[in-house]
Design a binder for this molecule. Structure first.
Ligand code: FE2
Ligand code: FE2
Length: 176
């Protein structure tokens, strides 16, 4: 069973649009004065925008949107993996952190596979939809549970360090 199918099976049913909107509203409140969380949210919104752009685009524009998406997802995920997920392991759970790392890894594999398909083809659209659903579910887990745990339970000093380091890591990898 593929990673995406396993996610779908393990988490079925996937969060509804309403649940995802609720999680977003909750994390938006919690993120005030927590720069790392505000930046993560801003990245998530940009990621959603690029998925929408890729779906609407035709020909080379679709390929460009996917390339931009891959760069942003890579920079975002590297910064989360280096700075945020160790804190999720400590303040949410080891299982959550393990799941988060695996979801990132498999998203990278799937994105690389997408970039080998003809943009706009049916196969390309199906894979894009699949990846988008997996990323949506991952973002829902981050916003609905893992990040709120870190904001609530990590000491202030740790959160301040995370905010500085998250930005530094992100800027090291971001080319967008
Ligand atoms: Fe993530
Ligand atoms: Fe994220």
């Amino acid at each position: 069973m593929s990673f995406l199918d396993r996610i779908a099976a393990a988490l079925a049913p996937a969060a509804s649009d309403e649940q995802r909107a609720e999680a977003r509203a909750q994390i938006q409140e919690l993120a005030v004065n927590e720069p790392f969380a505000e930046e993560i949210l801003a990245h998530h919104r940009r990621i959603e925008g690029l998925f929408a752009e890729a779906r609407k685009a035709r020909g080379p524009a679709a390929q460009t949107a996917i390339a931009d998406l891959a760069v942003l997802l890579n920079a975002h995920s590297m910064a989360e993996e280096a700075v945020i997920y160790p804190e999720i392991s400590e303040h949410s759970s080891k299982a959550h952190a393990g799941m988060a790392y695996e979801e990132h890894a498999m998203t990278k594999v799937q994105l690389a596979a997408l970039q080998k398909l003809a943009p706009g083809s049916q196969e390309w659209h199906e894979k894009l939809d699949h990846i988008e659903s997996a990323v949506q579910q991952h973002v829902y887990q981050e916003e609905g549970s893992w990040l709120p745990d870190v904001i609530r339970y990590a000491p202030l000093q740790a959160r301040q360090r995370m905010s500085i380091e998250f930005r530094e890591y992100f800027e090291r990898f971001d080319r967008s």
